[in-house]
Write a protein that binds this ligand. Structure first.
Ligand SMILES: Cc1cc2nc3c(=O)[nH]c(=O)nc-3n(C[C@H](O)[C@H](O)[C@H](O)COP(=O)(O)O)c2cc1C
Ligand SMILES: CCCCC(=O)C(=O)O
Length: 402
């Protein structure tokens, strides 16, 4: 670890400590943009608290001397069930920005998703870590030619899937960005858009409020609807994953429209405040997906135990957004590497302590919601006393000592 690196002086041991260090390093406007949720930030808080309301139920005396935490995501091996979520404008966190993230992802054997609004372009990120698996996140511009060009470039540069973000027809109201008059620092650009796409796409003009809100309002296509999945499929052979589904009904429509995967996401609570925490929506979406496509989840994942809980509720992998930004801000590629290793170690430990050797051993009955504990609500959830034992759904009777 390099000497003049913050990491050399204080070694963060969890994502919260990475955030605290990042806050010290970043300009206020940038930290505020990265950390904020929409409006009163109820969902921001709930994304974390909902994971805490879920408790784990371990089994013991299982031989975990040879753990294997690897998995496969849409046919691609992953060292553990985590994908890097797309986050915009990473060079505000560190001058190496998206390239540092790509290299750390490659080193750790996980998929990185590049944002449409990266500050390094599609091709340069691909070159930073050739042969590493990457997805491309798509925002659909009113100008469909510009959108199609982005998709073609991602395909040509070897990205493996398109993550179509569906929760952002308009930008959520992030009040700190309004106060700070957030805009992209002038030495950076939205690097996927050259001047010939129109200067307004590659630059974010200063505005009287959030420059990002103004950018989205003028350029992003609010008319985007389910019929556009067919349009997208007509212009690319890449699998399409919808990012931002939170209901069973939408999951069913997504499957009918031939998507290859669904990401349960509330955009890190940056869009619709007071919407449910995503971990509380996950099972509904899994039901809607009918086992026909993989379901992923993000928003609020901060711990290895959160990954175990997500898999127990039916996700194939989680995504993390802010955690990577904090690592990037603290130590560039090395910081992201450290964040990924931390989460991997936490996940492996939690999995082993739950009595699981592999991700396939994770079961639904390993998690319970605090308000569904049988001893607190004896008469709910089909629980009944019999032979002095509690019998409930989810095989909870196996855990009557609780
Ligand atoms: C600063 C920031 C920028 C983001 N930019 C994008 C983006 O460009 N495209 C997108 O689909 N989602 C974007 N997201 C949402 C993330 O992909 C992801 O859904 C969210 O960060 C997950 O929550 P977490 O930060 O609690 O892990 C962004 C999130 C943050 C915090
Ligand atoms: C349209 C949103 C742009 C980046 C983003 O997704 C975010 O700031 O949350």
């Amino acid at each position: 670890m390099s000497k003049n690196n913050t990491l050399a002086h204080f070694e963060p041991v969890n994502l919260y400590e990475f955030e605290a260090l990042a806050k010290l390093k970043l300009p206020k406007m940038v930290y505020d943009y990265y950390c904020s949720g929409a409006d009163d930030q109820y969902t921001l808080q709930d994304n974390i608290e909902a994971f805490r309301r879920l408790r784990l139920i371990p089994r013991v005396l299982v031989d975990i001397s040879a753990q294997d935490i690897s998995t496969t995501i849409l046919g691609v091996p992953s060292s553990f069930p985590l994908i890097i979520a797309p986050t915009a404008m990473q060079r505000m966190a560190h001058h190496d920005g998206e390239c540092a993230t790509a290299r750390a992802a490659a080193k750790n054997g996980v998929i990185m998703t590049l944002s449409s609004w990266s500050t390094t372009n599609i091709e340069d990120v691909a070159k930073a870590a050739p042969n590493a698996p990457r997805w491309f996140q798509l925002y659909v511009y009113k100008d469909r030619d510009v959108t199609a060009k982005l998709v073609r470039r991602a395909e040509k540069a070897g990205y493996l899937a398109i993550a179509l973000t569906v929760d952002t027809p308009r930008l959520g109201r992030r009040e700190a960005d309004i106060h700070n008059k957030f805009s992209l620092p002038s030495h950076l650009t939205m690097a996927n858009f050259a001047e010939d796409d129109g200067r307004e796409k590659s630059h974010m003009e200063k505005s009287s409020g959030s420059g990002l809100a103004a950018y989205v309002a003028s350029l992003i296509d609010r008319s985007l609807s389910w019929k556009d999945i067919a349009w997208l499929k007509s212009i690319t052979r890449l699998p399409i994953i919808v990012k931002g589904v939170v209901t069973r009904a939408d999951a069913e429509i997504a499957v009918r429209n031939g998507v290859a995967g669904i990401i349960v996401s509330n955009h890190g609570a940056r869009q619709l405040d007071t919407s449910l925490a995503t971990i509380d929506c996950l099972e509904e979406v899994v039901t809607g997906a009918q086992g026909r496509v993989p379901v992923f989840v993000d928003s609020g994942v901060r711990r290895g135990t959160d990954i175990v809980k997500s898999l127990a509720l039916g996700a194939q992998a989680v995504q993390i957004g802010r955690g990577v930004l904090w690592g990037l801000a603290v130590g560039g590629e090395e910081g992201v590497d450290r964040v990924l290793k931390l989460l991997r170690d936490e996940f492996e430990l939690a999995l082993g302590l739950c009595g699981c050797r592999t991700v396939k051993d994770i079961r639904r009955d390993m998690v319970v919601r605090l308000n569904e504990l049988p001893l607190q609500k004896k008469h709910s959830f089909g629980l009944a006393q019999s032979n002095g034992q509690l019998h409930g759904m989810n095989n909870f009777s196996n855990h009557s000592r609780l």
